[in-house]
Design a binder for this molecule. Structure first.
Ligand SMILES: Cc1cc2nc3c(=O)[nH]c(=O)nc-3n(C[C@H](O)[C@H](O)[C@H](O)COP(=O)(O)O)c2cc1C
Length: 368
């Protein structure tokens, strides 16, 4: 019964996970016309051998104009679905790790250059750019081309695209869907009063600002098989006075839970360049803890979690049910192995690698 909490199984949305370590979604900006390729196979493939409990596919656009960059992965037609199917088939042949997908629309933060080319907005008339859309015609940063405010038809089209991408995800055998409601992208833009200046039923009060993200959740929940989970990633705060905050996040989490949300993943920021983020180890954990104390569904904490003892403390003290890793697991793709070794837990290793178990960690890979 003893042993590290980080390596105790948990069931989330009908899926039993072997431990509490989740691989966070990470855009690779390396797709062509939304199609995954061999980079995604290499990248996701190595992470699928890491010993984490769940692999989350990067922010995947539900329509082409919902991509952050022209290199983003999409899931909006048969070609993007077939490309993803090829990558998944290869990974699944060699790894049993469950796979989730983050479905996304970048809203007014779409149409930018690749991060390693500076990441600036690309104007609608640029060869690799397009006209962005958002709740209101207010740009992210001054000097940027403003988004077009979505009308009723535009909202319905995007909601339906999320549902269609969820159906494609189900067909691909993906184990869980996460909706991207964080980091200043479309759903977050509806939530925050700083980006949502609408005067119809989708703007104004908290209830109105939550309406479109909740409609998208309901549509995706209805489109994805009942026995597989749909979760939400949120920004717990905008880190700007007068913006989205932790109290609103709790209200949103409770509304999601009442609709059958499987889990909530608490990140922060990304909506407003004025954000003042107290970056440091665990900097977002207090947000996860506040949500955890106010709702019953599993909560995932993320952000500068780098050390196994640190991760064990987050899960062990009940601040969150799971932890997610992004930069940490890119830097050290065997982090879960090293964490299990350090904490006295066990991980699954592929049979091809069993001989790598260090002699002093006799049960690391679960014995014979
Ligand atoms: C290369 C990279 C790509 C990312 N792409 C996404 C993404 O697609 N969706 C998302 O919600 N967050 C994305 N993030 C944010 C991470 O998921 C994570 O929340 C953040 O990096 C903090 O965790 P960390 O300190 O372990 O990196 C990305 C981060 C990195 C480093």
């Amino acid at each position: 019964m003893s042993g590290p909490q980080l390596f105790r199984p948990i069931t989330v949305g009908g899926l039993t996970l072997e431990n509490r370590i989740v691989i966070a979604p990470m855009c690779q900006y390396s797709a062509q016309d939304g199609c995954m390729n061999d980079w995604h196979q290499i990248h996701l493939g190595q992470l699928a051998l890491s010993g984490a409990a769940l692999l989350t596919i990067e922010a995947t656009a539900v329509v082409p104009e919902g991509r952050i960059t022209y290199g983003d992965v999409g899931l909006w037609d048969d070609a993007t679905e077939a490309a993803m199917a090829r990558v998944l088939e290869s990974i699944r042949r060699w790894s049993g790790m469950p796979i989730a997908i983050q479905l996304a629309h970048a809203g007014r933060k779409a149409s930018t250059d690749l991060p390693w080319k500076g990441g600036a907005q690309l104007a609608p008339d640029h060869a690799n750019g397009w006209q962005t859309v958002a709740p209101s015609a207010a740009s992210f940063a001054s000097g940027e081309a403003p988004p077009t405010a979505l009308d009723r038809n535009g909202l319905a089209r995007i909601r339906d695209a999320f549902a269609e991408a969820a159906r494609r995800s189900a067909r691909l055998g993906i184990d869980a869907v996460q909706l991207h409601g964080a980091h200043g992208y479309l759903l977050h833009e509806f939530l925050s009063p700083l980006s949502n200046q609408r005067d119809d039923e989708y703007g104004g009060s908290l209830e109105n600002r939550m309406r479109f993200p909740l409609e998208v959740f309901d549509a995706v929940r209805a489109a994805f098989p009942n026995d597989r989970g749909v979760s939400m990633r949120v920004s717990g705060t905008d880190w700007v006075d007068g913006g989205w905050d932790v109290e609103s996040t709790i209200a949103f989490a409770q509304a999601l839970e009442a609709r059958g949300c499987a889990a909530i993943h608490v990140s922060s920021g990304g909506l407003d360049p004025r954000q003042d983020i107290p970056v440091g180890p665990n900097y977002q954990v207090p947000l996860a803890r506040a949500v955890k104390q106010a709702c019953g569904m599993p909560v995932i904490a993320v952000g500068l979690i780098t050390d196994p003892e640190q991760a064990e403390a987050i899960v062990g003290t009940g601040d969150a049910d799971m932890i997610a890793l992004a930069r940490t697991i890119l830097y050290d793709p065997r982090w879960p192995w090293h964490a299990a070794a350090q904490l006295g837990g066990q991980v699954k290793a592929p049979p091809q690698y069993l001989r790598s178990q260090p002699r002093r960690f006799k049960d690391l890979f679960g014995g014979e």
